[in-house]
Design a protein around this ligand. Structure first.
Ligand code: NAD
Length: 284
C-alpha cells in the first residue's frame, strides 16, 4: 500500500484564500485583523518562524507588528509591552515566540496576554475552555492537524488514536481535540513502557516528539493515518519529521510529509485564530 499524501501546502492555500476574503470583509468594516508577534533574543529558528508569521500576515492583508527585544531585556519590559498591546484596538492577536530566555517565567508571560487576544491558545483560560469542549482559541498546530482529518473526510468517531508527545503546545491539546471528535485516545511520552504496543494498534497516529525518523514502519498498523508534527534538522541541513516517511508511507493509508505537511498548517491556523479574534471584536 502506498499512502495518500496529505498535502499541507495545498490545504493551507485553500484556507488562506478564505481567510483573505474574511480579512477584507473585516477591513471594509474598519476592523482590519492585527497580529503582534514578540520575539526575545536571537535564536535562529525562532527568527525564521517569526519572519514567516509576519510574511503570512502581510499576504493575508493583516496589520502586523513584529516586536524584537534583545536577549538580555528585563522581563518586566516585555510584560509592559504586552499590557500596551492588550489595550491596543488595532491588535487582535498577540503571540510570544517560545522558547523565552531562561531568566523568564514563560507561564507568567503567557498569562499576561489577554485571553481574548491569545491566538496561540496557551493562556490557562483558553486551555481550560478547550478541556471543557468549548474552545475559544485552539492551539494552532493541533488545530491544523484537525483540518487534515476534516479535509480528507476521516471520521474519528470510535477510532483508536495514539499521540506520541505530551507537550502543552502539541501533544496535550491534540489529545483533547481527538477525544472531543470521538476517538479513543492514548497519550504516549518518554516514560511510556511499551510504545510499540500502543502505536501498533493506532488507527490514527500523531507523532510530536522532536526526534528524526523515530516512528518506523514496524510501529505502524497497516492502513493507519499518520500525522507527523516533528520538525528536525539533519546534519546536512535538510528537514525531516519524527516519522520515517519513506518506510511508513508504504504501510499507512494516509500520511503528512515533512516539509509540506503540518508546518504550513500551523501558521495558517494562526491567521484563522486572528481573524476569529477580529470578528469577535467587531461583534462586541
Ligand atoms: P517537546 O520537546 O515539548 O515534547 C516532546 C515530547 O516527546 C515530550 O512530551 C516527550 O515525553 C516525548 N518523547 C520524547 N522522547 C520520547 C520517546 N523516546 N518516546 C516517546 N515519547 C517521547 O516538543 P513539542 O514542542 O511538542 O514538539 C515536538 C516536535 O514537533 C518537535 O520536532 C517540534 O519542532 C515540532 N513542532 C512542529 C510544529 C509545526 O508547526 N509543525 C509546531 C510545534 C512543534
Amino acid at each position: 500500500m502506498t499512502a495518500k499524501i496529505l498535502d499541507g501546502n495545498a490545504l493551507a492555500q485553500k484556507l488562506r484564500a478564505d481567510f483573505k476574503t474574511r480579512a477584507e470583509a473585516l477591513a471594509a468594516q474598519g476592523e482590519r485583523p492585527g497580529l503582534a508577534v514578540i520575539l526575545v533574543g536571537e535564536d535562529a529558528a525562532s527568527q525564521v518562524y517569526v519572519r514567516n508569521k509576519v510574511k503570512a500576515c502581510e499576504a493575508a492583508g493583516f496589520h502586523s507588528e513584529n516586536i524584537i527585544f534583545p536577549a538580555d531585556v528585563a522581563p518586566q519590559a516585555v510584560l509592559d509591552k504586552i499590557a500596551l498591546l492588550n489595550a491596543d484596538p488595532k491588535i487582535h492577536g498577540i503571540l510570544v515566540q517560545l522558547p523565552l530566555p531562561r531568566n523568564f517565567d514563560s507561564d507568567a508571560v503567557l498569562e499576561a496576554i489577554s485571553p481574548a487576544k491569545d491566538v496561540d491558545g496557551f493562556h490557562v483560560e483558553n486551555v481550560g475552555a478547550l478541556m471543557q469542549g468549548q474552545p475559544r482559541f485552539i492551539p494552532c498546530t493541533p488545530y491544523g492537524v484537525m483540518k487534515f482529518f476534516e479535509e480528507a473526510g476521516i471520521d474519528l468517531k470510535g477510532k483508536e488514536a495514539v499521540v506520541i508527545g505530551r507537550s502543552n503546545i502539541v501533544g496535550k491539546p491534540m489529545a483533547m481535540l481527538l477525544l472531543h471528535a470521538g476517538a479513543t485516545v492514548t497519550v504516549c511520552h518518554s516514560q511510556t513502557k511499551d510504545l510499540l504496543f500502543h502505536t501498533r494498534r493506532a488507527d490514527v497516529l500523531v507523532a510530536a516528539i522532536g526526534r528524526p525518523r523515530f516512528v518506523t514502519a514496524d510501529m505502524v498498523k497497516p492502513g493507519a493515518v499518520v500525522i507527523d508534527v516533528g520538525i528536525n534538522r539533519l546534519p546536512d541541513g535538510k528537514l525531516c519529521g519524527d516519522v520515517d516517511f519513506e518506510q511508513v508511507k508504504e504501510v499507512a493509508s494516509a500520511i503528512t510529509p515533512v516539509p509540506g505537511g503540518v508546518g504550513p498548517m500551523t501558521i495558517t491556523m494562526l491567521l484563522g485564530n486572528t481573524i476569529e479574534a477580529a470578528e469577535r471584536a467587531l461583534n462586541r
